[in-house]
Design a protein around this ligand. Sequence first.
Ligand code: FES
Length: 74
Amino acid sequence: MTAEPAAAVTAQLCPGGPMLLRGASEVIDEDGVAHPVGRPTVAVCLCGRSQRKPWCDSTHKLTQKVGPDSRRKR
Ligand code: FES
Protein backbone atom coordinates (compact mmCIF):
# COMPACT_ATOMS: atom_id res chain seq x y z
CA MET A 1 0.00 0.00 0.00
CA THR A 2 1.42 3.37 -1.03
CA ALA A 3 0.35 6.75 0.20
CA GLU A 4 -1.07 9.24 -2.27
CA PRO A 5 1.23 12.21 -2.77
CA ALA A 6 -0.05 15.31 -1.03
CA ALA A 7 -1.55 17.94 -3.31
CA ALA A 8 0.56 21.04 -3.66
CA VAL A 9 -0.58 24.03 -1.65
CA THR A 10 0.80 27.41 -2.52
CA ALA A 11 0.58 30.72 -0.69
CA GLN A 12 1.02 34.13 -2.28
CA LEU A 13 1.29 37.25 -0.14
CA CYS A 14 -0.40 40.32 -1.59
CA PRO A 15 1.29 43.58 -0.50
CA GLY A 16 -1.03 45.33 1.96
CA GLY A 17 -3.68 42.66 1.47
CA PRO A 18 -4.50 39.02 1.96
CA MET A 19 -2.64 35.79 1.43
CA LEU A 20 -3.93 33.82 -1.54
CA LEU A 21 -4.01 30.10 -0.82
CA ARG A 22 -4.26 27.68 -3.70
CA GLY A 23 -4.97 24.00 -3.23
CA ALA A 24 -5.72 24.10 0.50
CA SER A 25 -8.46 21.94 1.99
CA GLU A 26 -8.87 23.90 5.22
CA VAL A 27 -7.57 26.91 7.12
CA ILE A 28 -7.12 26.66 10.87
CA ASP A 29 -7.50 29.98 12.67
CA GLU A 30 -5.66 31.22 15.75
CA ASP A 31 -8.30 29.64 18.01
CA GLY A 32 -7.78 26.22 16.43
CA VAL A 33 -11.06 26.29 14.52
CA ALA A 34 -10.86 24.58 11.12
CA HIS A 35 -12.52 26.42 8.22
CA PRO A 36 -13.13 24.17 5.20
CA VAL A 37 -12.01 25.55 1.87
CA GLY A 38 -14.53 25.03 -0.90
CA ARG A 39 -12.76 26.78 -3.76
CA PRO A 40 -9.47 26.30 -5.58
CA THR A 41 -8.21 29.70 -4.38
CA VAL A 42 -9.16 31.59 -1.23
CA ALA A 43 -7.97 34.89 0.25
CA VAL A 44 -7.01 34.78 3.92
CA CYS A 45 -7.13 38.05 5.84
CA LEU A 46 -3.76 39.22 7.14
CA CYS A 47 -4.77 42.75 8.18
CA GLY A 48 -7.03 41.55 11.01
CA ARG A 49 -9.93 43.82 10.08
CA SER A 50 -12.13 41.49 8.04
CA GLN A 51 -15.66 40.87 9.28
CA ARG A 52 -15.50 37.39 7.73
CA LYS A 53 -12.29 36.03 9.29
CA PRO A 54 -10.36 34.09 8.37
CA TRP A 55 -11.39 35.23 4.88
CA CYS A 56 -10.53 38.59 3.38
CA ASP A 57 -13.57 40.80 2.78
CA SER A 58 -11.52 43.62 1.16
CA THR A 59 -11.65 45.84 4.25
CA HIS A 60 -7.88 46.20 3.93
CA LYS A 61 -8.50 48.43 0.90
CA LEU A 62 -10.32 50.95 3.10
CA THR A 63 -7.57 51.11 5.68
CA GLN A 64 -4.53 51.51 3.46
CA LYS A 65 -2.61 54.76 3.56
CA VAL A 66 -3.06 57.03 0.60
CA GLY A 67 0.00 58.83 -0.65
CA PRO A 68 2.99 58.62 -2.97
CA ASP A 69 4.52 55.67 -1.10
CA SER A 70 1.31 53.61 -1.35
CA ARG A 71 1.19 53.47 -5.14
CA ARG A 72 1.41 50.08 -6.74
CA LYS A 73 4.60 49.36 -8.60
CA ARG A 74 4.10 48.40 -12.22
S1 FES B 1 -6.51 41.36 4.25
FE1 FES B 1 -8.33 41.86 3.24
S2 FES B 1 -9.67 42.35 4.87
FE2 FES B 1 -7.83 41.82 5.86
